[in-house]
Design a protein around this ligand. Sequence first.
Ligand code: ISL
Ligand code: CA
Length: 600
Amino acid sequence: MKTVFVSIIIFLIMSCKFNDKEDRFTIHSDKIMEDKAFPKKAWWKEAVVYQIYPRSFKDSNGDGIGDIQGIISKLDYLDRLGVDVVWLSPHFDSPNADNGYDIRDYRKVMEEFGTMADFDQMLAGLKQRGIKLIIDLVVNHSSDEHEWFKQSMSSKDNPYRDYYIWKSGKDGKEPNNWPSFFGGSAWEQAGPDGEYYLHYFAKKQPDLNWENPKLREEVYDLMRFWLDKGVDGFRMDVIALISKRQGFKDMDSIGLQHPEFTYAYGPRLHEFLKEMNQKVLSNYDVMTVGEAFGGTPEMTMELTDERNEEIDLAFWFDVARIGRDNWYQNDWSLTEFKKLVKEQSDVNYYNWPTIFLTNHDNPRTVSKFGDDSPEFREPSAKLLAMLLLTQRGTPFLYQGDEIGMTNFPFASFDQFDDVEIKGNYAKVLASGISPETYLEELNQSGRDHARTPMQWSDEDQAGFTSGDTSWLAINPNYTRINVKDNLEDPNSIFHFYRKLLDIRQDNEDLIYGDYQDIAPEHPNIFAYTRTGAKATYLVILNMSSSQDALELNSSYTDYQLVIANQAVENKLLNNTSLKLGPWEGRLYQKNNTYHENIKN
Ligand code: ISL
Ligand code: CA
């Protein structure tokens, strides 16, 4: 009996699999779906996010500094591109010790950026276009010019004293050997009683004391202030650092090399985030994404597992920062990169990945992951767009990447603005690195690369400002790399992003489908599939500046070409050995239809 039953099953499968009628079906039984249990849908899983660094996006009043009216003047541009969410880097009142990541008043708009009326106009303008807005929540630290800190510093028994972290020195020195990320000690002496306050970042960024329930309530209040204005969520700055290890013990030499592992994922992090979710976030339909460097993928998933009710998404930096050791950019291999992408995407049913290759703290995507030479900048920028927009997870794009903006040619240190670069200068030289070497390394890894003003046209100042200077030098290549030329050229990087955004938003299986790297060991080609209920997609990316080939097994036939960054002769994939040109990227699709009757 059993053999009869088995042979029926085999017959069924064989007959279906090789049935050459139009309505042939691939075995896409419920079994696959049960195993993978279709992820729970959410708008923030389907959205593509575009990060704006307001200081560098668009200046409307000629002072050389980007502002909110400048953003408002470009809302139609964002709408045309087709992004769903804008992540706005800090827009709050700040002395700009760290370009807004040092907040002086959480309920006021930075003067250079405009007024609260401007902010409300921008928010309304985005909503009219169906674009959501998430803002930057910077609550690991504030500015030292915040009223809370002025009070806290004034005396030991001031009611705001414990809004920050104060310790007595030890043997006339800092309380312990913890370093700041921005050079020097993480402790600074201040106030009438000679105590030290903690600052993981610049001296002007004192860390807030999350052990203090009153401080936590202040944070929840300011979150409600912006959510009640209609903001759709938060990107949470260095959120994994808010719980401090209360022993404040000295670090050993290993810890000192990578302080982020000592600073991140402290003992009460999950407790604080659960409280924040319970008291604030759970009352709104919002999206939250935490900046979570300093942990493993498993630790990151602890933050975003929906059963834990903490935050929705997290940035895990091992992909975007591959090869990085502080400011050093070491070589890396594509196979290593693909392993990290798999780790990032291998989340369980209750998690959802983020996909990003840069942000305002990192070099330009095409310069680090592509080839920004005149010959290959365009094809490689388009190929990277395919990578970002066909992966499983929420893609985060960074302003300027949609036109292939490149790193800036820094020729001297005085061209840098970044407090992290300046703060580490003395420490780097003291370690025996020459200024030339540091400059060379920073020309690969410096944060200012991503902060040079947006290049809108080939006019003066790249159309960024009507003034004759801008707060940070504009890349001299703006005459050939700018939005205006991109909009006018149907084959531009911009229009390629726009088409890919359309394709992604129209094909649910590109969003929710399973991810499978089908050539993990290939040294130059990144090839993977995305398999969903209706269709299987095949993405083939030659991430090298030379021609290469990929052997596919015979199951990859009858795939239709959807889009490619270079002309492709045969739109139907029916041979199994593929030759790809330098930086050639292709997206194929095969529809999986299956008979309803087969299921019962
Ligand atoms: O990696 C870093 C520390 O070694 C920095 O590039 C960066 O500061 C870190 O990723 C944290 O970034 C966030 O917090 C900083 C701010 O300077 C960054 O711009 C922000 O993204 C302090 O608020
Ligand atoms: Ca301005």
